[in-house]
Design a protein around this ligand. Structure first.
Ligand SMILES: O=C(O)CCC(=O)C(=O)O
Length: 275
């Protein structure tokens, strides 16, 4: 069992995140990395641009992570026992590419209300200051939603290049993780990440997000999987879990879900970015 301790709960309440939490071994992380790279090799482009979303629908190993009971115990400590998965994102930063994530709040354009949800960032490779780990503006989750500039800027791995102004970057906390560890962060905590200056890839598999069954999608349609408990609200369509790697029907489902996500992420914007 890995329900959060009272210290971890206090960290989440005070700072807006909990980290690090051990989930699986480095060997398992390597196996998962191999599956991701096998998909990239077998179907070039499948995990790029808006294909980076919902890879758990085509990969049994990423599905296994998404439904991992240690992760769900920790998540249950924060949002209760009835838990849905409404999506996942692969945040991959290759060496020599100019990828970064501007400081933002997840809740700004994601349409999930109320904020009874949490995001799990699972390290598939080590993630540290050299390769551009996430950095958190501690305590910023207490202030509700902030204004975001929409920059659509080069190298920005966010849909709209959404950016919160005046973030005290020198005071942000780096979330250093070893492969197989995770962090959990609050819907309104301001966070971002810098360039990967190492010689290897930095891969984060992000369950974005685990939502309580009482959470609605107010900007569009988000299908879900039941991760734990029961769903008495029935706000969302339920979808299945992959049995095999790269099943043709699963690839179609992923594409459909990702098209729906585009509608949500770019709602009200006359411009679209590459994700
Ligand atoms: O992977 C990163 O560097 C940023 C990810 C992020 O913004 C998130 O998981 O909400």
């Amino acid at each position: 069992m890995s329900y959060l301790s009272s210290n971890q709960l206090k960290q989440y309440r005070d700072e807006g995140f909990v980290s690090p939490i051990n989930i699986f071994s480095k060997e398992k992380a390597k196996e998962i990395r191999n599956e991701i790279e096998l998909i990239e090799n077998r179907i070039p482009g499948e995990l790029e641009k808006s294909g980076r979303y919902n890879a758990h629908l085509i990969s049994p190993l990423l599905d296994e992570v998404t439904h991992n009971s240690k992760i769900l115990d920790a998540v249950q400590s924060l949002i209760g026992e009835n838990i849905l998965v409404c999506g996942t994102t692969l945040f991959i930063k290759n060496p020599n590419e100019k990828g970064f994530v501007s400081y933002h709040q997840d809740a700004k354009y994601i349409g999930l209300e109320p904020h009874n949800w949490v995001t799990a960032w699972v390290a598939i490779t080590d993630s540290n200051e050299k390769n551009g780990c996430m950095r958190m503006w501690s305590g910023s989750h207490k202030d509700n939603l902030k204004e975001h500039d929409q920059k659509f800027n080069e190298g920005n791995l966010l849909t709209r290049g959404q950016t919160v102004k005046n973030v005290p970057k020198d005071e942000t906390t780096p979330l250093v993780l070893e492969a197989g560890q995770m962090s959990l962060h609050h819907p309104t905590v301001v966070h971002g990440s810098e360039l990967n200056k190492s010689n290897d890839r930095r891969i984060g598999f992000v369950i974005q997000s685990y939502i309580g069954t009482n959470v609605k999608q107010v900007l569009g349609k988000n299908s879900v999987q039941l991760a734990r408990g029961v769903d008495k609200f029935n706000y969302h369509e339920m979808i299945g879990r992959p049995q095999n790697l790269l099943d043709t029907q699963d690839i179609k489902l992923k594409k459909q879900e990702n098209d729906n996500l585009q509608e949500i992420f770019y709602k009200g914007s006359d411009k679209k970015g590459k994700f």
